[in-house]
Design a protein around this ligand. Sequence first.
Ligand code: B1M
Length: 213
Amino acid sequence: MNSEEILDRIFDGVLRGDTRAVIAGVQAGLAAGINPQQLLDDAMVEAMEEIGHRFENNECFVPEMLIAARAMKEGVGLLTPHLVAAGVKPLGKVVIGTVRGDVHDIGKNLVRIMMESSGWEVVDLGVDVSPERYVAAVQEHHPRIVGMSALLTTTMPNMKLIVAALERAGVRDQVKVMVGGAPVTQAYAQQIGADLYALDAAAAAEVIKVLAV
Ligand code: B1M
């Protein structure tokens, strides 16, 4: 199989939610020396975008999205050790999560992986994270950055609630708040009083470089 065929196999595997095909494709890609970032961006992320288009056009439904996401997660799991640099001294701490009401975590997990790979220690609160849990995590871990991900237009406003909760708890000034996710924009970040915005996982790791301690 050449590189293009391997990428196609992973792309199709994610689309069909075929975890075995994705794992076999990723293993073949790594063995063939394809850049792990390319396996991620050109096969898996593209397949997820395709799933999104199909969902929008009523050509696929939630169960298909779910099994595609599961297959992608397995593939990302295999890639993670190749994306994360080992043994680097942490540049600082980040607390990250997907906001309340939202269970989309593939993008958030990629942001975490990219931050970890550039040397940050990341405390991942998971999905459906309430303002109270954010506040408690800041009080416990004293991070430099608080990251929030939202994929739904209906959950984006929860980012603002989290910023407000950090203010009420008196910890807002101790952290930089970073927001992201497909529907989130720089303008929205400013509107809700966030400090930082990033379009994708690579940009997220880049934007916080200046905050390294
Ligand atoms: Co849902 N979903 N989903 N979904 N889903 C979307 C988001 C949607 C756009 C599909 C569509 O209509 N085209 C749509 C949202 C519409 C809207 O609000 N505008 C949608 C919907 C409607 C829903 C449900 C409401 C469906 C229903 O039940 N009727 C439901 C809601 C559940 C909930 O959260 N309460 C739902 C459920 C699900 C599944 C559970 C089935 C599954 C998620 C599984 C999982 O994540 N574990 C799912 C999936 C897979 C998708 C799509 C197809 C793919 C999302 C994804 O993983 N993308 C998505 C369509 C799409 O995005 N094209 C869709 C790949 C990922 C790498 O990209 O997450 O954008 P992304 O992350 C990027 C950047 O955004 C950025 O960096 C990442 C990496 O480069 N980024 C950050 C993300 N977070 C960041 C944080 C940062 C910085 C950058 O700083 C902290």
